[in-house]
Design a protein around this ligand. Structure first.
Ligand SMILES: [Zn+2]
Length: 314
């Protein structure tokens, strides 16, 4: 069942990161000192770290394919990093979700002939004009060549470089467009922004929910083992133990927030109660601070509770 994407404005929540994470990549030039760091994850598989989301790269006899492509102005730098490993340009671009720091390079890679693959909601959402509820600014649809040309609802696979890249949709998690990419043979997973080094950003404006994010973690945890390498959307290379710890943190904070919401506390009271306190040292430094996340978690859990109390009619 597909839930309707809520466009409700989360009142009082912090939106300072919204511009960075909006669908349209912002037109800021890459600072000249941004270098792309190439991390070897497994034979023929790399993580490219630059500005924006971490990029997954596979290099082999079929050529090259990338998972996410950062911002538009990073595309030449990503291309240069790929060229150090292969004389073949990216044949496929797989988008983990719609955000501009993961899809901003689509225009350039698409124009150069790469086939873009993503969940069907990425194409739907990037392909239409809309008003950003965070800023009330109209946002134009992305260029035709930036849109995924192969889309799927639940699962798909790409048989490339002697591996099977398995794509699985994680419904209403970080957004309503997320997929996890698994290299079945190499035992490498790219989780996009469903797993980062800091507190999560749950983008309600594009269908993200905390409960969905936790469910997504549980889905992925069931497919990985102790030797799986996990590429986060942002942050260092991870593993199963770290993913498990992250999921456990989400559950503890969710349950604490829900308890406060059920007790009728206001958003300000929930933030002041600091239900993230024992996790702030580990996760509070990157992406979103505890206050920003708690503001969003409050709105999220209030909506979740309301939905459970008033189930929609069949
Ligand atoms: Zn994102």
């Amino acid at each position: 069942m597909r839930r309707r994407v809520s466009l409700a404005l989360a009142s009082g929540a912090a939106f300072c990161a919204a511009a960075v994470l909006a669908q349209q990549p912002p037109p800021m030039p890459a600072p000249p000192d941004v270098k792309v760091e190439t991390v070897n994850v497994a034979p023929g598989i790399y993580m490219l770290v630059g500005r924006g989301g971490n990029v997954g790269l596979t290099v082999g006899s079929d050529g090259t394919a990338i998972i996410d492509d950062q911002f538009d102005d990073m595309a030449p730098k990503l291309r240069a990093a790929i060229a150090l490993l292969s004389d073949k340009p990216a044949k496929f671009v797989i988008n983990t979700h719609l955000h501009g720091d993961h899809t901003g390079g689509n225009d350039q890679f698409g124009r150069a002939g790469a086939v873009i693959i993503a969940h069907e909601n990425v194409r739907k959402m990037l392909g239409r004009d809309f008003v950003n509820p965070a800023t009330n600014e109209p946002v134009k649809a992305r260029a035709r060549e930036a849109l995924p040309v192969i889309t799927f609802a639940d699962r798909a696979a790409l048989h490339f470089n002697d591996d099977d890249l398995e794509f699985m949709h994680l419904p209403n998690a970080h957004t309503a467009t997320d997929i996890v990419v698994r290299f079945r043979k190499a035992n490498v997973v790219h989780m996009g922004d469903c797993f980062t080094g800091g507190f999560p950003f749950i983008d309600r404006n594009t269908g993200g929910t905390l409960d969905g994010l936790i469910a997504g973690h549980e889905t992925v945890l069931a497919t990985v083992d102790d030797s799986t390498k996990i590429i986060r959307g942002h942050g260092p290379l991870g593993n199963k133990a770290e993913l498990q710890a992250y999921r456990d943190m989400l559950v503890v904070v969710r349950d604490r927030v829900l308890k406060l919401v059920k007790a009728g506390k206001s958003q300000e009271q929930v933030v002041a109660a600091r239900p993230t306190k024992d996790f702030e040292e580990k996760y509070g430094g990157a992406n979103f601070n505890a206050e920003q996340w708690l503001g969003r978690a409050y709105v999220d859990q209030q909506a979740s509770l309301k939905a459970r109390r008033q189930p929609s009619k069949p």
